[in-house]
Each structure stands twice: as C-alpha cells, then as structure tokens.
Design a protein around this ligand. Structure first.
Ligand code: GLV
Length: 313
C-alpha cells in the first residue's frame, strides 16, 4: 500500500462531514478530510467522497484516484464531469438497504391491507368492511435488481407475496419469476398489482413511466416509486390515476425536491408523498464499504460497486 494517510475531499448538501470524520477515524489511524471551506492543497487529494460534483469540478485534484458516491444512485453526481481515468463507485450500505426494505414492506402492506382505503373512509366516519387477502394473492413487480432491488424483492417474497422482477440482464432467483427486455416488462406489469420502481436512472430509464407504459399496467395497479423522480412523466401518472389504470401511487422521489407547495401531487386523494425519506445511508455502517474502496483506490485496484460510466450505473 502506497500510504495509509489518505486525503479525502468531501462534498454533500445532505449529510454532515463531522459524521464521516468520526466514521473514517474508526478505519484509519491517520487521514485528512477536507471540505470546500478547509481545502488547502488540492493536489494531495486521493479520493473524493461526493453526493454531487461541486461547480468547480474535479480538475484541480491532479492526484485523484477515485470518486466515491454518497448515494446508492449516481445519476445526480454529474457522470460526464468525472475525469476519464478516474473510477467511480456507488455506495452500498446495510443501513440504507435495510431502510429501503422497510419502506417497501410498509408501503406494500398499506395497499395489501387496504389501509389507503380505510384512511379515506376514516376521514369521513365511514364504516366499510374489506376482506383481508392472503399475501400470495398480491402480485408485486420489482423493477431493478441492483443491491437494493434484490433485497426488496427477496424480502417481499419471504413475506409470502407473489413477486416478479425485471432487470436489464437475465437473472435466476429462487421463488420468483424474472423478466428482461421491453416485452418482459410489459408482461410483468400486466400480471402485477403493485409495481415498485428501483431502477437506476439512465438514458434508457429516464421517463420510462409514460402514458405508453402505464397502458401495460393491469387496471387498478399501485405504483411505489423509490427510484428517481425523472423515471416518471408526472402528467402521465396523473392521467393514469384519473383513468383508473392506476388506483394509487406512493412517491418518495420527485423531479423537483422539495416538492413545490402548489404541485398537484400534494393533496391528491390517491397519492401518498414522502419526502425522499425511504432510506438514508449511515456513515458508521457505510464506512466499511467506503474504507475498502479508499484502500483499493490507493492500491490502484478495481473498486467495489464500480460504475460503468457509459452504462450509467
Ligand atoms: C438516495 O437517493 C441514494 O441514491 O442513496
């Protein structure tokens, strides 16, 4: 190893550097952590730990050996601004994954047990019995089988739901049907009651959920968007709800965040808005993955979860 004194440049609007400093101290006896305010010597930065590339770019970091994303998704980082010789890795964190699984379960159960209907009835003092169904009767589609999509699909399968999954590459998974290609997506949507989006945001998946795709949903479906806002054409989602193709939607991510107060998603009787709160990574658990990637970067080895920049994830 060339050195065990890594210099890390940190930039994020979301988390605080103090938590990362404490986490790094559990892994490295000696390290330097700089932020835009404290950075003195950009030429000595080894690794950039970022949510998004800062406006000034990365050009001044002449020794940069890796960019590590603070997000599990990397579309927001500014892929086109990563110097061509510098590898990028997305974050994998057990806390984030566990929280995403919890959110998927909570929102699926809300629909499966008709709580979204009881919430409306409750507001009108309306007593209307709905017969509970067994989990196996609820068919769930999980779109995207990255580390989070896979964990969500397996957890829901283990709860007894009938789960199908769609991914770009062919996969074999115990106890669930898997699909690939556009035709596989259309088949899966037509056979599902609840659709969970966990796709990465790429040129291929941007605005994937448009009027045409909603046309393949089975009537009265529910959509749970845990991916990115730009996966969806918002006007087409509203149209699918108005036409009954969709019965309801739970949305955690939006084109513009925070969602503007006048946005039609607020107060829509069939939409539950949550404030990009499905899962948050924790520096104290994510550090295992980040520290391993810092060591790999210093040693010139391939990173864990390295992103294929051309592919976009
Ligand atoms: C959050 O949205 C993430 O990508 O980690």
């Amino acid at each position: 190893m060339s050195t065990e004194h890594p210099h890390i440049f940190y930039a994020s609007e979301l988390d605080r550097s103090a938590a990362w400093r404490a986490a790094l101290a559990t892994e490295f006896d000696s390290f330097e952590l700089s932020t835009a305010d404290s950075l003195v010597d950009p030429q000595t930065v080894d690794v950039a730990l970022l949510w998004r590339i800062p406006e000034e770019g990365l050009g001044r970091f002449t020794r940069l050996r890796a960019v590590l994303s603070l997000g599990a998704g990397v579309n927001q980082i500014g892929l086109e601004r990563i110097p061509p010789h510098v590898p990028l890795a997305k974050l994998a964190d057990v806390t984030l994954t566990a929280q995403m699984v919890e959110y998927a379960k909570a929102t699926v159960y809300r629909y499966h047990r008709r709580l979204h209907i009881f919430e409306r009835h409750s507001a009108r003092a309306h007593w209307q019995f709905e017969l509970p169904m067994s989990a196996s009767k609820t068919r769930i589609a999980v779109l995207g089988l990255g580390s989070i999509g896979l964990a969500v699909a397996e957890a829901l399968r283990d709860e007894g739901f009938t789960v199908g999954a769609w991914s770009r590459h062919e996969r074999q998974l115990d106890g669930m049907r898997t699909h690939t290609h556009a035709s596989g997506l259309e088949t899966l949507l037509g056979e599902s009651d609840i659709v969970i989006n966990l796709l990465p945001l790429t040129a291929q998946t941007r605005r994937l959920f448009d009027r045409r795709l909603f046309g393949h949903f089975s009537a009265g479906s529910k959509l749970i968007n845990m991916g990115r806002g730009a996966h969806i054409v918002e006007a087409d989602l509203l149209e699918a709800l108005a036409g009954g193709r969709l019965e309801a939607a739970t949305l955690d991510v939006f084109d513009v965040e925070p969602l503007p107060p006048a946005h039609p998603f607020w107060n829509h009787p069939a939409i539950l808005v949550t404030p990009h709160a499905a899962g948050v990574s924790s520096p104290m658990t994510a550090i295992a993955h980040v520290a391993e990637n810092i060591r790999r970067a210093l040693a010139g080895k391939p990173l864990l979860n390295q992103v294929d920049i051309q592919r976009g994830y």
